[in-house]
Design a protein around this ligand. Structure first.
Ligand SMILES: Nc1nc2c(c(=O)[nH]1)N[C@H]1C(S)=C(S)[C@@H](COP(=O)(O)O)O[C@H]1N2
Ligand SMILES: [Mo]
Length: 239
């Protein structure tokens, strides 16, 4: 499938840039979170150098799609096991590890943070793709809140169904990497990962953990790198 060949994606991205479409996503992607970042930086100790460098490193936004391109039926449910039923009222997202300010956040607290909406393509290695709208908080905003230590290099995601994933910090801090609680302008359905899942245009589908309960910043990757990675799939899995 040509979607999975990096060269085609790059050409397509370049085409969108040349045709001026990427400017639209730049504008859409710029809303809201600068003020928030300033508030966070004022409220806490200055961030460490490495993470600070990464946070200020400009990352190219992936061009987004117009609402008319959304494919409501195309996102197939893909879960290795049973769908866990988490109570959103008592749900907590724990963020810990190599951080100065570990947090346990309720969905109410997460919903009060700036909402980012994006329309991107989800690509599963099993040979299907879907254009989806996701709404949620930028993962980089959550990372700023917990004040990462200099030693933070990778991020682990634990899910309620036993799934796990690990990501590089650069992709974690990408402005279009979200912890999503909305799909196609509706509350996120349980089968798609409610109350909270990863959504990002820079990674393949299996990196996008559903039902995330814990985010842990670490210095080194552990022997287990993720559910599918431990079964031979590529770790970086970039799009
Ligand atoms: N917790 C958890 N997250 C997961 C999976 C899973 O089995 N468990 N499957 C992954 C795969 S392979 C894909 S393609 C997407 C599918 O997301 P969807 O079911 O919302 O379409 O979820 C990813 N995240
Ligand atoms: Mo997948």
């Amino acid at each position: 499938m040509d979607l999975l060949q990096p060269r085609h994606r790059l050409l397509r991205r370049r085409f969108l840039q040349l045709s001026g479409l990427s400017g639209i996503s730049l504008v859409l992607g710029g809303c809201g979170s600068n003020l928030f970042a300033e508030t966070v930086n004022d409220a806490f100790e200055p961030l460490n150098q490495r993470v600070e460098t990464l946070l200020f490193k400009p990352q190219t936004p992936v061009p987004e799609f117009p609402p008319s391109a959304i494919e409501p039926e195309a996102l197939l449910i893909n879960s290795f096991g049973e769908t866990p039923r988490l109570n959103p009222a008592t749900f907590r997202l724990v963020i810990d590890g190599e951080v100065n300010n570990p947090l346990s956040l309720s969905m109410d607290e997460i919903r009060r943070m700036p909402l980012t909406s994006m329309i991107i393509r989800h690509v599963c290695v099993e040979g299907w793709a879907a254009i989806v709208q996701w709404g949620g908080v930028r993962l980089r905003d959550l990372v700023q809140l917990v004040q990462p230590k200099n030693s933070a290099r990778y991020v682990y995601f634990q899910s309620a169904d036993g799934y796990s994933e690990s990501w590089d910090l650069d992709s974690v801090l990408h402005p279009q990497t979200l912890m999503a609680y909305q799909k196609n302008d509706r509350p996120l359905p349980v089968d798609n990962g409610a109350p909270l899942r990863l959504a990002s245009p820079v990674k393949l589908g299996y990196k996008q953990s559903k039902w995330v309960t814990r985010i842990t910043l670490v210095n080194e990757l552990m022997p287990s790198k993720g559910y599918w990675e431990d079964r031979g799939y590529e770790w970086y899995a970039g799009l």
